[in-house]
Design a protein around this ligand. Structure first.
Ligand code: PLP
Length: 640
């Protein structure tokens, strides 16, 4: 324990909660993580304790893992986006306006779309659809006829007909041309349906961004039109008297663009193209910057891939300033600025809570028990290993580290060839790990740690087994190493003393999380509280509202988790507004084409055969069948 008693202030600093939590998350005096869905921490707003939610859910029979959704966060994010653009526009005297759309692909869940369209109704927030299914969802849920319905993606005749249908019933679908081939179908279908369509063009910019998805942008991107193709579209529309229908210019630089300079550069290039289209006589009204507004997942405010070196207001000011200056230079009316911010809208909305099932402790003591008192009778390599341990000093760590590996590998070979016993091998391993542990301890005190030694902490960390699946609930952590803040949701009045990595329950070595934010660093281990069997210990993975839910897969047949929505009431209390039961075992089996009823039948027959063969009694058969049936109906995760 440090000199000062451990408290919420120390915990907040350790886990950098203020940096990534952005006012939505905090830690209470009781040491529990609080959520402030409206992001207004006033004395009247005590916040909602995640631990209190967990116990309320337990009373209701809703088990972890559970995904919590906070619709008020969506509301707060949309309002923040509109007010940041409005502030920037008033500050610069911008004459146009802002209209956002939410790209359905970022989190397609019905509840999300319903909430965004109702919170966004007064603001005029629209939707972006990239497929027929998303288009049908948008046509159903969009309420405000002034909101845009941006139709991106490759379109066939049916897609175009459906969008034009939307226009006939008073919506504002914008058909964004992604390939030259779409233009003829669009002209033909709008004539056939008697509609003058709203048309956009998606262009490839030469500007590229850094980040995970930089390949979606740039002139080699697979999406959008190059300048020659754009001109061909203009000529085609002009030739049929429809150039006035061309109202929008769209580009998308890629998702999670961490560097504001990339954003500025792309806006500048897009504005020049927009001005060129106005000059050609197109009926331009909207400049659509696509997505890319980044979320500062690691809270470092940097241009690292999991961060953002700008705030929402800086983003808006930069965009407005660049658009205004180019338009003024060309003496063009200021366009309606459109963004398709997905991640920045929904990331904060969901938190995954899971309990720790078990811990495998890297136990120095156990190694110490095996350390020999007397090495005289042991193999020379074991004796050498013992010497390395005895002579280890801060000055010799690198040499000791290299020698430890050398002798350990030699002893493993000797074991394979039968030259040393199993017991001597275990002594050698214990010596090896004692050296590594000592080296790691010394490294923690050094200012400069040699590169091969930098990851040592992770190799001697405890493994905390969490009741969740990385593949189902945090697929980007597995697929692209994306960072998500993960911290305990309680016990923050106790100092966490263990260094840990987190493993899920998929028995897959990729089902592991080993990137955490500790103070100002991204580290390979997380500080966690000591755990003993029977302890209720809950962790939260935060900022998981974007892209994770539908990208998740059924690895090991672990299915969707329980989902609960929590709304703030006017008096500061909260209500569970919706509860979606996670997949049962029979659900996931049927997704992969098993027939759970036929499986039960087969099991009954097998149990009957076992009775006939006198392996079990008929009474035992009854309880075995009931066990099988309960298992079929049960949650795919561990249950208490
Ligand atoms: N618009 C388009 C065309 C996209 O492809 C995407 C996602 O990649 C988005 C918007 C959303 O991007 P983000 O979530 O970074 O805001």
């Amino acid at each position: 324990m440090s000199e000062r008693a451990w408290d919420r202030v120390a915990a907040k600093k350790l886990y950098a909660v203020d940096e990534w939590g952005r006012g939505f998350f905090d830690i209470s005096d009781r040491g529990e993580v609080l959520v402030f869905p409206k992001r207004e921490q006033t004395p009247d707003d005590p916040g909602i304790s995640l631990m209190e939610i967990v116990s309320g859910l337990k009373d209701r029979g809703i088990a972890a893992p559970v995904l919590l959704r906070f619709p008020d966060i969506l509301d707060a994010r949309l309002k923040a986006m509109y007010s940041a653009f409005q502030n920037a526009m008033s500050a610069f005297g911008y004459q146009g306006s802002y209209r956002g759309v939410y790209p359905i692909k970022v989190n397609q869940q019905q509840q999300v779309i319903e909430e965004i369209t109702s919170f966004g109704e007064d603001l005029g927030h629209g939707l972006e659809a990239g497929s027929k299914a998303e288009l049908l969802a948008a046509l159903t849920y969009l309420k405000n006829p002034g909101s845009l319905l941006i139709c991106n993606g490759y379109k066939d005749q049916e897609f175009i007909d459906l969008a034009l249908c939307g226009q006939k019933i008073g919506l504002y679908p914008m058909l964004v041309v992604e390939t030259p081939r779409e233009v003829s179908i669009l002209i033909e279908r709008s004539r056939a349906m008697g509609v003058r369509p709203h048309i956009g063009v998606r262009v490839k910019l030469t500007s590229k961004a850094s980040g995970y998805w930089s390949d979606t942008g740039g002139d080699r991107s697979v999406f959008g039109l190059n300048t020659a193709q754009t001109m061909r579209v203009v000529d085609q529309l002009r030739s049929v008297g429809m150039l006035d229908c061309l109202e929008l210019l769209h580009y998308h630089l890629g998702s999670q663009v961490p560097d504001i300079r990339d954003i500025r550069n792309s806006v500048l290039e897009a504005c020049r193209t927009y001005a060129g289209l106005v000059k050609e006589g197109a009926g331009m009204k909207f400049l659509d910057l696509g997505g890319g507004l980044a979320v500062d997942y690691d809270g470092s405010k940097s241009s690292a891939v999991s961060s953002a070196n700008y705030s929402l207001s800086e983003y808006c000011r930069d965009v407005v300033e660049v658009v205004q200056s180019v338009m003024d230079e060309h003496e063009i009316d200021h366009p309606v600025i459109v963004t398709e911010a997905g991640r920045a809208t929904v990331a904060f909305y969901s938190v995954l809570l899971f309990n720790v099932l078990d811990v495998s402790k890297f136990d120095e003591d156990r190694c110490a028990e095996l350390l020999p008192d007397d090495v005289e009778d042991l193999h020379t390599s074991t004796r050498n290993l013992n010497e390395v341990l005895k002579k280890l000093t801060p000055e010799t760590i690198q040499e000791s580290y290299n020698n430890a590996f050398y002798y350990r590998d030699e002893l493993r070979e000797l074991f394979k060839h039968g030259s040393i016993s199993l017991r001597e091998r275990s002594v050698a391993e214990a010596l090896f790990w004692s050296i590594i542990t000592q080296v790691a301890k010394i490294c923690r005190t050094l200012e400069y740690v040699p590169e091969p030694l930098q990851e040592l902490d992770a190799s001697i960390a405890d493994i905390y087994y969490g009741n969740f699946s990385v593949f189902q609930s945090l697929p980007d952590a597995w697929a692209i190493d994306q960072f998500f803040p993960i911290i305990p949701i309680h016990k923050h009045n106790e100092e966490p003393t263990r260094n840990a990595v987190i493993s899920d329950i998929t028995c897959d070595c990729d089902g592991r999380i080993d990137q955490f934010k500790i103070e100002q660093e991204i580290t390979s281990t997380l500080r966690l509280h000591d755990w003993k069997p029977g302890d209720a210990y809950f962790l939260g993975a935060f900022l998981v509202g974007a892209y994770q839910e539908t990208l998740g897969d059924l690895h090991n047949l672990l299915g969707d988790t329980n989902v609960v929505s929590i709304r703030l009431d006017d008096d500061g209390s909260y209500t569970l507004t919706s509860e979606i039961e996670g997949d049962s075992v029979s659900d996931v089996l049927s997704y992969v084409e098993y027939d759970p009823r036929a499986m039960i039948r087969t099991f009954r027959e097998k149990a009957e055969a076992a009775v006939r063969s006198k392996l079990i009694t008929s009474k035992e058969r009854k309880s075995l069948i009931s066990l099988f049936e309960v298992g079929m109906r049960g949650y795919t995760y561990h249950e208490d």
